[in-house]
Each structure stands twice: as C-alpha cells, then as structure tokens.
Design a protein around this ligand. Structure first.
Ligand SMILES: [Fe+2]
Ligand SMILES: [Fe+2]
Length: 296
C-alpha cells in the first residue's frame, strides 16, 4: 500500500512490527539496574537479535534521514493547530488504543495499559498527583500514528535539530544521510542557536513527546511539562549531552525528567491494571487538571 503523504510503500515507511519494538530497544540500551537482566527470559526474547534488531535499525535509518529542521517546522505548523479531532479525555484513551499492531498479544500490553502502569507506579511511590497525571498522559501523542504519520515521526529517541548531532544518539552514523548534516547553517555545534539559549528555544525532532507537551502545556506544572516534552531525549537525560544549549532552568528541571524515566521504562508488568477499579480515581484526577475535552 502506498502512503499518500510520503509516497513510500507502507512497510518500507513503517518497519517496526509495533511501536513497542522501539521501547524494547531503549530498554536493552538502558536496562533496569534493579533487575538482574532486563531480559525476563531467553524464550521471551528468542528472536530479538535477528528480527527486532533489523527493524529497529531500519526505523532509525528513516528517523535520522528525514527528521530535518524544516520537517519539524512543517509538522509543528500542521499539528499544533489542534484542528484534527476533539474528544473527552477518557475517550482519547480508547482512541489511542486503536493503535493495534502485529506484536504478540500474549506479551504486549496495549497503550492505555502502559500509561496506567506508569501512572500507578508513580502513585505507589507517593509522588504528587500532577506527576501521576503526567504518567497517565505521557504517550497520548502516539495518536499521531492514527493520523497517518509514519513511525519515525512519532516515536524514537528525540534530539535537537538545527545544530550538530551528538554522537551519543543511537545510530549516529545514520545522520550522514540527513540533508542538515551537510548544511553549514545547521551542522555547527550551536547551529541556529546561541550558547546557553535554553531548551525552550530549541527545536526538538518531531514526535509524540513534543505533541503531547504542546497539547497540555497550559494544564500541567512545569516539572511535568519537562517530563512530557523530553522523556525520549535520552542523549540529554541519560547521556548528559547538549549541556551547551541548556540554561539554569533546564539544569534544574533535569532531575524531574530523570525521576520520570524509570517509571516509563521499568513499570511494565505482565499483570494488566484493573481499569474499572482505577477509573474513578483517574476521572477525578483528570477533572482536577484537564479541560473536559482534548483537542488533537
Ligand atoms: Fe513515550
Ligand atoms: Fe511510555
């Protein structure tokens, strides 16, 4: 099938069998230090090395090739109008769950289950309620896939565009195929930015993080907004890169982004949360912070 927007074959444009393949790859790179091995059993990951690896690699090849400065600007001017859909928050979880893929239904949780496992883990540890809500909402931006966006424009580690790429970003060699790589406006250390300009002035590669941040920026405290916007910016929060773009506020907020990350990566469990039981709590939490409907 041809993708209208991009003119590629759909399988070529979406190499991942499921969005979870990217997250499994992140987990391999950053395994839970409290778990002896992130691989729960050899059986579960039996074909990971041979099958998932190739698809993830292809996914990053596309991501690094096409996430240009201009691409980000174009996607923002389109999606940040939020004129696609409008629905109550609870309905939006069902909408997100339309994201079905060919992953193994026995081992994979749906998107809403991942959100609830993240928020419940945050809640168990006694963090503030806005952080629980942040956990609940953090991957809502993946609905971009349902608007026909390719996987590489929805998930993947994020990075600043418009300046040189860190070699700590996964598969840095693929950036050589990005036109910005050889554009002198964009390929110096600071590129279009000034030293210490602060991440608020930096354009990040486009995907579910930026989208949900923009959607909720008037409703969630600043610390939560950093968690939303930068949760896939591993080169920053895990590798400590891009210090020269940061201001003091970013440095202050980094600890919150770091606090959030383990709940996203390590809260997955095979026991699905009891949605009906949890619903009243989350409905009141949503009511406290969010408007009746969300605009997509
Ligand atoms: Fe995410
Ligand atoms: Fe997540």
């Amino acid at each position: 099938m041809q993708n209208q927007q991009y003119g590629f074959d759909t399988n070529e444009i979406n190499p991942l069998g499921s969005l979870d393949e990217w997250e499994e790859d992140v987990l391999e790179r950053y395994p839970d230090p409290e778990v002896e091995t992130a691989k729960k059993s050899k059986e579960e990951f039996r074909n990971y090395e041979t099958t998932v690896r190739d698809t993830v690699k292809e996914f990053y090849r596309l991501n690094h090739r096409y996430q240009t400065y201009d691409f980000v600007k174009e996607k923002k001017s389109n999606f940040l109008q939020f004129n696609k859909r409008e629905m109550p928050v609870w309905e939006a979880f069902n909408f997100l769950n339309q994201l079905v893929d060919d992953s193994d239904p026995d081992t994979d949780l749906d998107q809403f289950q991942h959100l609830l496992q993240t928020s419940e883990a945050i809640r168990r540890d006694g963090h503030p309620d806005w952080m629980i809500l942040t956990g609940l909402m953090h991957d809502m931006g993946k609905v971009l896939c349902l608007f026909g966006e390719p996987q590489w424009a929805v998930v993947g580690d994020t990075f600043p565009v418009g300046c040189a790429y860190s070699d700590k970003i996964v598969y840095p060699e693929f950036f050589k195929n990005n036109p910005d790589y050889s554009n002198p406006d964009y390929n110096s250390r600071f590129g279009v930015y000034e030293k210490g300009c602060g991440l608020r002035n930096v354009q990040m590669s486009w995907g579910h993080d930026e989208y949900i941040y923009q959607m909720l920026k008037d409703y969630i405290p600043e610390e939560g907004l950093y968690m939303l916007r930068f949760h896939s910016f591993y080169a920053w929060h895990r590798e400590g890169e891009y210090d020269y773009l940061l201001d003091d506020h970013d440095r202050e907020m980094l600890k919150w982004v770091k606090l959030f990350n383990p709940y996203d990566l390590y809260s997955k469990s095979p026991n699905p949360p009891n949605i009906q039981e949890l619903k009243p709590y989350y409905e009141s939490l949503i009511k406290k912070y969010l408007p009746e409907t969300l605009k997509f």
